[in-house]
Design a protein. Structure first.
Lengths: 112, 112
């Protein structure tokens, strides 16, 4: 699986957009970009994933560059409850046995 | 109506004891996992089962034995507990189509 690089931490003001970058320069053509987050003392939570096109759901937007070597997770209006560790993961889609490999992630602190 | 539930949430036990952590999912998923998050906060996969069959075993010591009585349950039994087994253990599941993984809330194991 391709390796990802994320900043160790970021701060964001409450109500503003949080833009979390991820580099995955060795991504292959059929690998997806996944984002998960882990709020303190909870299990990881799926946010969004994409292959080539930008994606949006009720939680966030995912912007993938045209060369697919980097992506940005956007939380449009961050709240204090969005404070968490955010993980960017690159993964092939498997029939089963999805072995997600978590890195250190980015600690996002949303401040009032 | 928790999707992936684990029990117990907290467990403190002495070295050398044998303990089990139970996991159940009510999502109708075919694949279940056990992940371990150590003191350095890295999440690592331990096991994956698909329809009660072991498909991923990440060189976990033999003292760890997963058991899947049916596809909705994946229990983790640990023999001869060691101090280094202290960690948070997360159960997870994923559907047959798509690769999103849903995690439980974690079981905090402390070996003293």
């Amino acid at each position: 699986d391709a390796k990802t690089t994320q900043p160790p931490s970021m701060d964001c003001a409450e109500g503003r957009a949080a833009n979390l970058p991820c580099n995955h320069s060795t991504i292959s053509g059929n690998e997806y970009v996944y984002w998960y987050r882990q709020i303190h003392s909870q299990g990881p939570q799926y946010i969004i994933h994409g292959l080539k096109n930008n994606e949006t759901n009720e939680m966030a937007s995912l912007i993938i560059t045209e060369d697919r070597k980097s992506s940005t997770l956007i939380l449009p209006h961050a709240t204090l409850r969005d404070t968490a560790v955010y993980y960017c993961i690159v993964r092939l889609h498997m029939e089963y046995g999805n072995k997600l490999v978590f890195g250190a992630g980015t600690i996002l602190r949303v401040k009032s | 109506d928790t999707a992936v539930s684990q029990t117990p949430k907290y467990l403190v036990t002495q070295m050398g004891n044998d303990k089990s952590i139970k996991c159940e999912q009510n999502l109708g998923h075919d694949t279940m996992y056990w992940y371990k998050q150590d003191s350095k906060k890295f999440l690592k996969i331990m096991f994956s089962y698909n329809n009660k069959e072991l498909i991923i075993n990440e060189t976990v010591p033999n003292r760890f034995s997963p058991k899947s009585p049916d596809k909705a349950h994946l229990n983790l039994h640990i023999n001869s507990l060691e101090l280094g087994d202290s960690a948070v253990y997360f159960c997870a599941s994923s559907p047959p189509v798509g690769n999103t993984i849903y995690f439980g809330e974690g079981s905090w194991l402390t070996v003293v």
